[in-house]
Design a protein around this ligand. Sequence first.
Ligand SMILES: [Zn+2]
Length: 467
Amino acid sequence: MTDTTTDDTTRDDVDALRERVEALFPALQADLEDLVRVPSVSAAAFDQAHVEASAEAVAALLRDAGLPEVQILRSARPDGTPGAPAVVARRPAPAGAPAVLLYAHHDVQPPGEGWTTDPFQPVQVGERLYGRGAADDKAGIAAHVGALRALGGLAAAGDETPVGVTVFVEGEEESGSPSFHQFLTDHRELLRADVIVVADSTNWKVGTPALTTSLRGLVDGVVEVEVLEHAGHSGMFGGPVLDANVQLARLLATLHDEAGNVAVEGLAVAPEPEVDYDEAQFRADATVLDGLALAGEGTIAGRLWTKPALSVIGIDAVSVAHASNTIAPRSRAKLSLRLAPGQDPAAADRALADHLAAHAPAGARVTWTRWEAGKPFLAPGDTAAMRAARAAFTAAWGTEPVDIGVGGSIPFIADLLEVFPDAAILVTGVEDPDSRAHGADESVHLGELRKVVLAEALLLRRVAEGL
Ligand SMILES: [Zn+2]
């Protein structure tokens, strides 16, 4: 009987909170749309005034959500320049109560090409809200704000949810979080928490929540191939010497084997994941063209989450419009190497550099310059915080969550683990496979966002009750 009473109480509790989320959602969606209208692209080539404006907008939302201490802060990047503005909003923990850090980022990727509608004019179609940042990661901000509103702001003394909350909304995640480590060091006491919720990942699919328990790391950089001191006439000199574009193409072709596996020797591979990604679903989600053979071997989830992947993400060569009959003296490409969980980025960088040097075509001059390096993430087994999160997901969705890996990288998680080694890190998110983060027509599923808000409010309550 006692158990039944507890279950009923819990169910009433969940239902009451769900009603509050329903009631507050239209205003929350309007706030999310306002955030999407601010083109807060953190890439250096874009106007950074918008990133400042979005920090101000986020600060206003968090103040309005009832957090008494709201600050816009920044730390220095490794090159000494100031980092992008981050918003830190706090309700300090009542005496003896646990503290939670809620992370999201307010900067976005550049809009890119191919949008059906204006990327910075949010548009709702059916259950989905379209716009750059609608999912990644302004929906993460909306999740935190919505959870706080559902809990009545948490501001009143003697309230029903005795938990300290710090919301930390970064402004340069899409540019590799260059000042993040310094920021954690500068504001360690402000950010210190027992549980850290990183709302910047994805759910398994619409209707099925997920905890992200592994992420791939990243090494990227530029490889340059040089064959001549300067451009030569392709009629006078062509034949005995192949141009740098061709030699670059030959070098790039060595990066994968015939089956499409990464051919760089010495890279780590982690064990196959427990769930798999259905191939037909993967083809649909990734919009793979009919007839294209998939690359690599093993399960789809393994190829995405626990093996390395290597992409050529940019090539500098003379454009077709400016082409002349000359032999290109040099050509370069930007490479992006995703690292399996457990891979040391420095070792991966060395392996890639060695591969490029060993495969220099025809003795061409090949130089590799590394740009970014980020560590992968592997969750430390099962923690009380993970169990609390799973219970909150189950209550919000009516479906048990699955553990997933993500092929992408959130390099700052390694920084969080380093600065707060005792904190439990939960990687959650609002995205689903159709969110197209970083792509054209990015969107968030509003039904899923409601559930994320409810789950986060439930999680905060569970943490307040003691894990
Ligand atoms: Zn993100």
